[in-house]
Ligand binder design. Structure first.
Ligand SMILES: Cc1cc2nc3c(=O)[nH]c(=O)nc-3n(C[C@H](O)[C@H](O)[C@H](O)COP(=O)(O)OP(=O)(O)OC[C@H]3O[C@@H](n4cnc5c(N)ncnc54)[C@H](O)[C@@H]3O)c2cc1C
Length: 408
């Protein structure tokens, strides 16, 4: 069979993982992105929680946990295979602490019950040993009152749990992905190329395909993978594929800090709802977020809403708002910023099949199981859903394109 020509649209973690897997199997891959280089959006600027399902106590049906767990367990072996190096030095070194806020959409007791069910799901999975740490004997620990008060003196925190969940520094991984892409001689990168349209020359969804960018047309491609995240459903609609109702585009900013000396700060999340996180990756590299302070835009149209460039003063106000809100619950946030030699406000889009506000227990945003791969002929459109499941989805796409049809 002649070499397959594949267009991968979007160079975030999903597009880049797919491109690397296909190129290494002998396909000729062209990778398109509107940004000047791969990993410029959400896949560089996120917290990197490698989800096991704990964050989704707002979905007690466990549908979200079941959907995202296999991708989280597969993350480390798949990414280490793609990058050819260990990712251990980029991951948080301690278990995560969940601090339950009095305005949480789930009570401390119901979170405790939910976490126990998630632990059962993890232990029943044959891949439990493959996670960033070995989870075969994993447990969740409820914090005693003195342990809780050692971490936070905020009266509005009603309880806490330590869970065996870890995060990775997405900035660190993004740089390793860029190195891996340079080594992939079967991948032609087409950056600064906004995809505006797509045509199947044979009609229907069988291709061969023509990819239109603002500047020129590229052809022919045997397969197209639409991994454009915030731009995905707009392009789908142009070729007659309309998403089911009820999605939201949100643009979120967070703070990435590097300190001059190692600091002993916890990795913790205030939950369940529109609160914030602190992640300690290496002792000197940190992620800080406060959801309402970093939420820049929200929209329910096919295309994401416009976002305006921020001036120095506006950026300063957002940074101060993230720190002051987060430090109310996790005082270490203030120390991190005082010792920071580098502070970067970075962000990206979140596309979600859900609507409403995170402080509403009935919001469909608490349920994230409607994600994954939609295939029509030789066209693949992928709602990544989570950074943590992207390599696992990429593997399924590659297997499908290569014909081994081992999709789960
Ligand atoms: C603040 C924040 C925190 C998050 N925390 C976590 C977390 O802890 N764990 C987790 O698992 N997930 C998290 N996420 C979600 C995660 O970042 C995304 O699910 C994931 O990065 C999406 O990867 P992707 O490759 O699909 O998209 P992206 O990385 O966004 O890549 C898509 C690419 O498509 C390009 N593109 C879009 N439209 C066009 C077009 N028309 N033409 C050409 N190119 C186009 C964009 O430029 C972009 O580079 C978080 C997201 C944010 C913003």
């Amino acid at each position: 069979m002649s070499e397959r020509r594949i267009a991968v649209l979007g160079a975030g973690i999903l597009g880049c993982s797919t491109a690397l897997l296909l190129a290494r199997s002998g396909c000729s891959v062209t990778l398109f992105d509107a940004a000047p280089q791969p990993f410029s959006g959400a896949s560089r600027w996120n917290e990197g929680k490698i989800h096991l399902g704990f964050l989704y106590a707002g979905d007690p049906s466990l549908a979200t946990a079941r959907r995202i767990l296999p991708g989280g367990l597969a993350f480390k072996p798949l990414v280490e295979g793609l990058l050819g190096c260990s990712i251990s030095e980029a991951m948080t070194q301690t278990d995560d602490t969940y601090l339950i806020h009095k305005q949480s959409v789930a009570s401390v007791d119901s979170v405790g019950r939910y976490f126990a069910e998630v632990v059962q799901l993890i232990q029943a999975d044959p891949a439990a040993g493959d996670y960033l740490v070995d989870l075969r004997q994993c447990q969740v620990k409820g914090l005693s009152d003195s342990e809780l008060r050692g971490m936070t003196n905020a009266d509005s925190i009603l309880g806490g749990f330590q869970v065996p969940e870890r995060s990775v520094s997405t900035n660190w991984l993004a740089d390793r992905y860029l190195e891996a892409l340079k080594g992939g001689d079967q991948i032609a990168t087409c950056m600064g190329a906004r995809v505006t349209d797509l045509r199947s020359l044979g009609g229907g969804y069988e291709g061969p395909w023509q990819v239109h960018t603002a500047a020129r047309t590229f052809e022919p491609f045997d397969c197209v993978v639409n991994a454009m995240w915030e731009g995905r459903i707009g392009l789908d609609a142009r070729i007659g594929l309309h998403p089911p109702a009820g999605w939201t585009h949100r643009y979120r900013l967070s703070l990435f800090a590097r300190t001059d000396v190692p600091l002993d700060a916890p990795s913790a999340v205030v939950s369940v709802g529109p609160f914030g996180d602190l992640k300690n990756y290496t002792g000197r590299d940190f992620y800080l977020s406060w959801y309402p302070a970093g939420l820049m835009a929200e929209g329910c149209e096919l295309d994401p809403p416009a976002i305006s460039d921020l001036g120095e003063q506006e950026r300063g106000l957002i940074i101060e708002s993230i720190i002051s809100n987060l430090a109310q619950y996790i005082p270490a946030a203030r120390t991190i910023v005082q010792r920071a030699t580098q502070l970067t406000l970075g962000g990206g889009w979140v596309f979600a099949m859900g609507r409403g506000s995170l402080d509403d227990p009935n919001s469909t945003l608490h349920r994230r199981d409607r994600i994954g791969i939609q295939r029509e002929g030789t066209y693949y459109s992928v709602d990544t859903g989570k950074y943590s499941i992207a390599p696992w989805l990429a593997k399924q796409i590659a297997e499908s394109i290569l014909g081994s049809d081992q999709q789960h």
